[in-house]
Ligand binder design. Structure first.
Ligand SMILES: CC(C)(COP(=O)(O)OP(=O)(O)OC[C@H]1O[C@@H](n2cnc3c(N)ncnc32)[C@H](O)[C@@H]1OP(=O)(O)O)[C@@H](O)C(=O)NCCC(=O)NCCS
Length: 253
């Protein structure tokens, strides 16, 4: 694929979030995958998982190529897991000021980029084949992954809005743990965020830095989805950008 025209990257203290759909994945994007990624792509059994993986990976690489002026095919991620050394950890682009995070759920793909550790999470609220939390509902799930205060806040919400409120809290927590690179290695009940209708804020977490040093924002992911962004450092502005257009151009390049 040819080198893409430059893209203006996020300034210090801001973030970009690129949005795309899983159907934006095109077979031509597969040339951007390295050997490890090719193997993972081929191993997915369901088409929708293959599409989500390809679209997320290709979008992240196309965006970072545009920001850094490098050819997209030269963008390779270090995915070394901090726990076991296998290539399934948080992807990082070496030799770059930019950090990024990828999330996919349902038909949506999000790639967040900042000049500080960043995490994004998106979750499908409507149109899922199974109800959230199974027969026990969101409350049952909350008992496993929410702090006592978060469970109390969820119980105070009317049943019709409980799944949304669960996912608002969940995406805030997961965005934080994706920013640190821990993911679900940390106990989510120890990463305490403001719940539900309150403005997003990290209340406490099992890390040495003060929770106030983390910027936490809810994102507008469109109807039927809930999403959040965390940046370890200041984040005074977030630009929502069109990843579908970028993937379409990348497939033609
Ligand atoms: C990160 C994690 C929370 C994401 O879970 P998810 O909700 O299923 O998936 P999402 O769509 O939100 O995010 C997936 C993306 O997160 C990124 N990612 C993977 N591991 C990550 C980590 N430790 N921190 C941050 N981001 C991570 C990847 O880019 C991945 O997308 P890709 O596989 O297509 O490249 C989950 O995969 C996790 O906890 N991983 C770590 C588990 C671990 O380390 N176990 C020990 C193994 S030895």
């Amino acid at each position: 694929m040819a080198e893409r025209a430059g893209l203006d990257g996020p300034a210090t203290g801001t973030a970009d979030v690129w949005w795309a759909r899983r159907r934006d994945a095109h077979a031509r994007h597969a040339v951007l995958l390295d050997e490890v990624e090719q193997r993972r792509w081929a191993a997915y059994r369901r088409d929708e998982d293959r599409e989500r993986f390809l679209a997320g990976c290709a979008l992240a690489k196309t965006v970072l190529a545009g920001y850094t002026g490098r050819p997209p095919a030269s963008i390779r991620f270090d995915r070394t897991c901090a726990r076991c050394g296998q290539p399934h950890g948080k992807p990082a682009l070496e030799g770059s000021d930019f950090e990024h995070s990828v999330a996919h759920s349902g038909d949506l793909i999000a790639v967040a980029v900042a000049r500080a550790p960043v995490g994004v999470d998106v979750e499908q609220l409507e149109g899922c084949s199974r109800p959230l939390g199974g027969p026990g509902g969101p409350e049952a799930l909350a008992r496993l992954v929410f702090s006592a205060a978060e469970q109390t806040a969820l119980a105070a919400v009317g049943p019709a809005d409980r799944a949304r409120q669960f996912l608002v809290t969940w995406t805030r927590k997961e965005a934080v743990t994706k920013a640190t690179g821990d993911g679900m290695r940390v106990a989510f009940s120890d990463v305490v965020v403001t719940a539900g209708a309150e403005p997003p804020r990290l209340v406490s977490w099992p890390c040495p830095q003060a929770p106030q040093s983390v910027s936490l924002l809810d994102l507008d992911a469109g109807a039927g989805y809930v999403a959040a962004l965390a940046v370890i450092g200041p984040c005074r502005a977030v630009r929502a950008r069109n990843g579908s257009a970028l993937l379409a151009a990348a497939a033609l390049a």
